[in-house]
Design a protein around this ligand. Structure first.
Ligand SMILES: NC(=O)c1ccc[n+]([C@@H]2O[C@H](COP(=O)([O-])OP(=O)(O)OC[C@H]3O[C@@H](n4cnc5c(N)ncnc54)[C@H](O)[C@@H]3O)[C@@H](O)[C@H]2O)c1
Length: 287
């Protein structure tokens, strides 16, 4: 059976192969604007006050979603919401530390009560503790686990019930390309990010029948305040930039906007058959 993208179809819906063989299938013609539309959908984002979470929240709002922007820093969450509302888009803000199980579940439950549904959960907040085995304390390992694995588990658990009721949804869990490859001297980060990817894949398998898609977002170096710890390891900003130019095949950082494109892809009908995937966006670092 041929596996071709819908965009190979001509305007009559017919698919022409390289051999000239014409397959007249019932092809869904894709209009990119229509397929990325999130009109009428409700999205909930954690760690959305800065960086990638902020960019994804803004992008989803521009595609028509009502976005609930949450962050441990309530001021940052409000500033992002103000920015989105200033564009005439729909948004609300909430202070939320994902390390607090009760607050996390309550925030997701409140979203469903207030807006009537939950279509997209982007569980994004995370923690990077640098260092090799002998330098990372058990407390720091536990803290990494709490944010990078446990909080995603708690958030996803709260999201599946309303998603089941409404017939589906998209859950995006931010891992990292450190969940695919191994870093240098990042035992707590790399271990917990690998766990986030495995957990996402397990949940994808368990909830595929409910039309709830689970995918892991795996960025490489994206220029946000999140890299402060690694910057210290590299001996400052110039050391970090040197590392990037020498170790990333594309020789540059990614931008939050480039990761937001992937978030819209995973959140929208562009990816209706994509689940259990770890989407690496890293300028070739993992190659
Ligand atoms: N930036 C990168 O290079 C990169 C690469 C791979 C993965 N990631 C992942 O992306 C996520 C964050 O990266 P970013 O670039 O958006 O960072 P960022 O520092 O720009 O933003 C992180 C946001 O999360 C918030 N936050 C921190 N702890 C929180 C908590 N306990 N509860 C709620 N909010 C909290 C912060 O206040 C901040 O607004 C992490 O999961 C990280 O592992 C980042």
């Amino acid at each position: 059976m041929m596996n071709r993208y819908d965009s190979d179809a001509d305007m009559t819906g017919q698919l022409t192969t390289g051999t000239g063989y014409l397959m007249n299938q019932n092809i869904r013609l894709k209009n990119p604007t229509e397929m990325t539309s999130l009109e009428g959908r409700v999205a909930f984002v954690t760690g959305a006050g800065s960086g990638i979470g902020r960019a994804g929240a803004c992008a989803m709002a521009r595609c028509g979603a009502h976005v609930v922007v949450t962050d441990r820093d309530g001021g940052l969450a409000s500033a992002v919401a103000d920015e989105i509302i200033a564009e005439g888009l729909q948004c609300s803000a909430r202070q939320l530390d994902v390390g607090n199980d009760d607050a996390l579940v309550e925030a997701i439950d409140d979203t469903v009560v207030q807006y009537g549904r939950l279509d997209i959960l982007h569980s994004h907040a995370g923690l990077q503790i640098e260092g090799p085995l002998e330098q990372v304390s058990t407390e720091d390992m536990d803290a990494s686990w709490a944010l990078n694995v446990r909080a995603h588990f708690v958030a996803a658990q709260a999201a599946v019930a309303p998603m089941k009721r409404q017939g589906g949804g998209s859950i995006i869990i931010t891992a990292s390309n450190s969940g695919i490859q191994y870093d240098r001297e990042m035992i707590a980060y790399s271990t917990t990010k690998h766990s986030a990817v495995s957990m996402t894949r397990q949940m994808a398998a368990d909830y595929a029948k409910d039309n709830i898609r689970f995918n892991a977002l795996c960025p490489g170096f994206v220029d946000t305040p999140f890299n402060a710890g690694f910057e210290v390891q590299m001996g400052g900003r110039s050391g970090l930039e040197k590392y990037i130019s020498e170790n990333i095949p594309m020789a540059r950082f990614g931008t939050p906007g480039e990761i937001a494109d992937a978030i819209v892809f995973l959140a929208s009908d562009m990816s209706t058959f994509v689940t259990g995937h770890a989407l690496v966006i890293d300028g070739g670092e993992c190659i």
